[in-house]
Every structure is written in structure tokens, then in C-alpha cells.
Design a protein around this ligand. Structure first.
Ligand code: MV4
Length: 496
């Protein structure tokens, strides 16, 4: 086993990885930028190395500086976390070349899944279902022919894509040419590759992904699914396991799990990975893409399987065999995760970094918080403002939702705005409670709430009524008991 591991990341995931490494008796090396001098991952690690200014292009994305830090501190392996260099084939190759173990798949697997069309070809070769489409960058004439053959709507996607950039829905042939041009220039700016391919559009799909885990000896298992349909602008907001759909149709877990394993095997995959699927209204599933890293939402899989994915990643990277087979994997209960962000849900979800003046985190049965913040710390503006992931486990989905609502009520963050109140609204939504989820959920949720919001005039009428009442009751408005003012202040704060 390794004696020392460098964590090439920051924030909650660096903290998460350090925790497991410490349990394994492995020394930890943090890296940090100027903005992260006082961050929790730096405080928690055994050793730390400054790797540059706040801009991640000059620090967390600098392969040379990260490798120098690993060599200087004598780290034998690097855990990349998620984001930053985690899906950079060049970084994995540079580690391989320097004799430092990259805790993840081979650089070859990363590259193979990085191109969305190559990933599709790999899935097709493995016999995994894919949405009808063209598996290479297309000309206008090829896209037009595809639309004529398969009908509209179609979806244009970037070959080097991810995160919805360079994606365009096209509803009729007359819109195709300009959409192709727009998608191409957006993709060119985002990925330095303007290549676009085309697929048939799946209407209001669910997004369900399968966690897989393989060792370097050819053994591979799946750890079930995560439903990630509750997302906004390609940012996941709430994730859960099991998927409410698969809870109703348990055979789907096996079928999707087998398809995920076949696709991953075809890419020569090892370590932890996630295969994403779209599921249509008729419950047909289609391979979408593969994420060749540990994912943000991995804790919910840990909660329902009882496994430590980071420990398994480290053991596999050190050459160990999987300590179980598929039939040993058991799923118990139901887990949910909310991504707690420093952002203002009532002002276009604008990031809201700043100093945390107060912090009380939820505790108690079935609650897990993966965070990186402490009272008095200033959330830096240079990075994704994820404060923590709040995950809960309970025996049933209904109990897990109740537990999450309870935990959100206990969460008290002062000094900055967060999306905590917004989660309570979603969790209390009848469609969410019923498990009726799809990728347009949040959009429709906002539309429903706007439609049911009282017209602005109601506020004027209410103020007038209050003023009249106060005048009629002859004098000052009645003083309310102190306790209820505290309660009201608390409510206002928690709904911010
Ligand atoms: C799709 C789709 C519908 N039909 N492909 C979005 C991100 C990108 N990686 C793939 N995405 C989609 N591909 C076809 N043929 C709908 C989406 C999509 C989506 C997928 C997963 C999670 C959230 C999403 C939100 C909007 C659109």
C-alpha cells in the first residue's frame, strides 16, 4: 500500500479523500493556491504545498506544478478528485511517465471516453443501446439527411462536449443550418473543437447513471444507480439512490448495470467510473456518456451499499483485486443528496461568496455532511461555491425525504446566501414526493410556482387591510410576544 498520497484538488472532495486516506493510515499531501491558504483541506492534510495564484489555470490545472509537489513530498500516488485534472488524459499519462500512480483509470480509457462520438462507438461495439444518431462530426448535408430519415426534433451535440455546451435542439429542417453554425462556434470556443454530431432528441428524459468499479485484473461490478434528473442548466441539484423508477422496475438495475459493465469493459476500464444513461417515457434506456472519475454524488451510493468508494479506488490503484463479486453487492434503504451552494436562488442563482459568520450543521440519525467550510472562513470567489453536500439515508424514500427536510431545517448558515430554503420547497413538491422526475423538472417547478404566486396587487391589498385594521383598533399595532419574533426572524433567515 502507498505510504503517502497527494490530493490534486481542493474543497469538499479534497477533504473527503483525506478522511479515507487517514483511516487507511496513509500520509496526505494537499496542494493549494493563494485563495486557499486557509482552506480546510490544507489544515487537515499532513503536508501541504503551494502551487500558484488563485486562478486555477495557474495552480490546480498546472500538471508540472502538481507533479513537482508530488516528487518534492515523496507522494507515490495522486488522487485527482473530480473536476480540474481528473479527466485530463494528459495528466494521467504524465503521472504514468513519472512513475506516480494516478488513482483512476488509464490515460487511454480517459481519452477513449473523452470524445463523445468515440464513446458512442465504444458503447455500440459493446452492444449497449444508444439513441439513434451519427457517430462522427457532421456536415450540414449529413445532418439534413439524418433529419429527413429520422424526423424532428433532433439534438446537435459537440463531439468534445460535456455540460450541455454546444448543444442545440432543432425542431424543423429550416432551423438546422443556423443551429449547426451556432452550436459549432459555441463548441469551438468551449472545447477548441467545432465538430458537431447529431442525435434523435429524447423528450423529457430521466438521467440515471450506473456506478461501476473494476480492478486491474479484469474484475468489474456495478454498484447500482443514481437518479440525477433534478438538475438546472446541466448542474445537478438533488441526486438519489435508488432511482424511484428503478424501485418500481427492479429488473432495470440489472439490465442497465450489465450494459454499463459491457461499455466500460470495451474501453479497457479500471478503477471507479460512471456510465450515464437517458431513460425515455417508455422506460427504454440509452448510453449517453461515461465519466472517468469519482463523482460529486458518490456518497449516496456509499450510503446504500455500505462501501467506501475512495478506499476501493486507492486499493485498486495499488493493485488489489476487488474484495467482492457482483452477487455480494446489496442495496439497503434510500439515500438523497442536496448540493449546498453559496448562491442566491431568488436572484438567478448568482454565486454569493463571502464570509461565513455563523454555521450550524445538521446532525443526528442518518445524516452525512461532506463539507469544506468553517465559521469565520471566507468562501472564495475564484471557484465553484459548493459549501457542502448534505446526504441522508433512511429505510424508505419517504422517510429519507422527511429526514432531508428535517436536516435542512437544522442547517443554519449566516453571512452569505445559500440554496437551503430552495431545497425545502422542492422536497415538499407533490411531484417530487411522488418520484415523478425528469430533466425538465426544475424548469416546470418554477413555472408552476410562478403561476400559483399571488398577483402583486394582493400585497397592496394586504398592506391596506393591515393599515385599516391598525387604525380601527385605535393606536399602535398590538405588540407580539418576543418568542414569535425570534421564530419569524429565524424563518426569514432560513428562507433566504
Ligand atoms: C440528450 C437529451 C435528449 N436527447 N440527448 C445533456 C448533457 C449532455 N451530456 C447530454 N444531454 C442530453 N442529451 C438526446 N438524444 C437530453 C440531454 C439533457 C440532459 C441530460 C442529462 C441530464 C440533464 C439534461 C438536461 C437537459 C438535456
Amino acid at each position: 500500500m502507498f505510504r503517502k498520497v497527494l490530493i490534486a484538488n481542493r474543497g469538499e472532495i479534497a477533504v473527503r479523500v483525506i478522511r479515507t486516506l487517514r483511516e487507511m493510515g496513509i500520509g496526505t499531501v494537499a496542494v493549494y493556491s493563494d485563495a486557499d491558504r486557509s482552506s480546510l483541506h490544507v489544515r487537515m492534510a499532513d503536508e501541504a504545498e503551494h502551487v500558484g495564484p488563485s486562478a486555477s489555470a495557474e495552480s490546480y490545472l498546472r500538471i508540472d506544478k502538481i507533479l513537482d509537489a508530488a516528487k518534492k513530498h515523496g507522494a507515490e500516488a495522486i488522487h485527482p478528485g473530480y473536476g480540474f485534472l481528473s479527466e485530463n488524459g494528459g495528466f494521467a499519462a504524465a503521472c504514468e511517465a513519472e512513475g506516480i500512480v494516478f488513482i483512476g483509470p488509464s490515460s487511454d480509457s480517459i481519452r477513449r471516453m473523452g470524445s463523445k462520438t468515440a464513446a458512442r462507438q465504444t458503447a455500440i461495439a459493446a452492444g449497449a443501446p444508444v439513441v439513434p444518431g451519427i457517430d462522427h462530426g457532421v456536415s450540414f448535408e449529413e445532418a439534413r439527411q439524418f433529419g429527413a430519415d429520422h424526423g424532428y426534433p433532433v439534438l446537435l451535440k459537440a463531439v468534445a462536449g460535456g455540460g450541455g455546451k454546444g448543444m442545440r435542439r432543432v425542431d424543423r429542417e429550416s432551423d438546422l443550418e443556423s443551429a449547426l453554425r451556432d452550436a459549432g462556434s459555441e463548441a469551438g470556443r468551449a472545447f477548441q473543437s467545432a465538430e458537431i454530431y447529431v442525435e434523435k432528441l429524447v423528450d423529457r428524459p430521466r438521467h440515471i447513471e450506473i456506478q461501476i468499479l473494476g480492478d486491474r485484473h479484469g474484475n468489474m461490478v456495478h454498484l447500482g444507480e443514481r437518479e440525477c434528473s433534478i438538475q438546472r442548466r446541466h448542474q445537478k441539484v438533488i441526486e438519489e439512490s435508488p432511482s424511484p423508477l428503478i424501485a418500481l422496475h427492479p429488473e432495470m438495475r440489472h439490465e442497465m448495470g450489465e450494459a454499463a459493465i459491457r461499455a466500460a469493459r470495451a474501453a479497457g476500464y479500471y478503477n471507479a467510473g460512471t456510465v450515464e444513461f437517458l431513460v425515455d417515457q417508455e422506460r427504454r434506456f440509452y448510453f449517453l456518456e461515461m465519466n472517468t472519475r469519482l463523482q460529486v454524488e458518490h456518497p449516496i451510493t456509499e450510503l446504500v451499499t455500505g462501501l467506501d468508494l475512495v478506499r476501493l479506488q486507492v486499493e485498486i490503484a495499488a493493485g488489489a483485486r476487488l474484495p467482492f463479486q457482483q452477487l455480494d453487492i446489496r442495496w439497503t434503504g434510500s439515500a438523497l443528496e442536496c448540493r449546498i451552494y453559496a448562491e442566491d436562488p431568488y436572484n438567478h442563482f448568482l454565486p454569493y461568496p463571502g464570509k461565513l459568520t455563523r454555521l450550524t450543521r445538521p446532525l443526528g440519525p442518518g445524516v452525512r455532511v461532506d463539507g469544506c467550510v468553517y465559521e469565520g472562513w471566507t468562501v472564495p470567489m475564484e471557484y465553484d461555491p459548493l459549501l457542502a453536500k448534505l446526504a441522508v439515508w433512511a429505510g424508505t424514500r419517504g422517510e429519507a425525504v422527511d429526514r432531508m427536510v428535517r436536516a435542512l431545517r437544522e442547517y443554519d448558515v449566516g453571512g452569505i446566501r445559500t440554496n437551503i430554503g430552495f431545497f425545502r420547497q422542492i422536497l415538499e413538491d407533490p411531484e417530487f414526493r411522488a418520484g415523478y422526475l425528469h430533466t425538465a423538472f426544475i424548469e416546470e417547478f418554477f413555472a408552476r410556482h410562478r403561476a400559483s404566486a399571488a398577483p402583486a396587487d394582493f400585497m397592496a391589498v394586504a398592506s391596506l387591510a393591515a393599515a385599516l385594521h391598525s387604525a380601527a383598533s385605535n393606536g399602535a399595532p398590538q405588540a407580539r410576544p418576543q418568542a414569535s419574533r425570534w421564530l419569524a426572524a429565524g424563518r426569514n433567515e432560513s428562507l433566504r
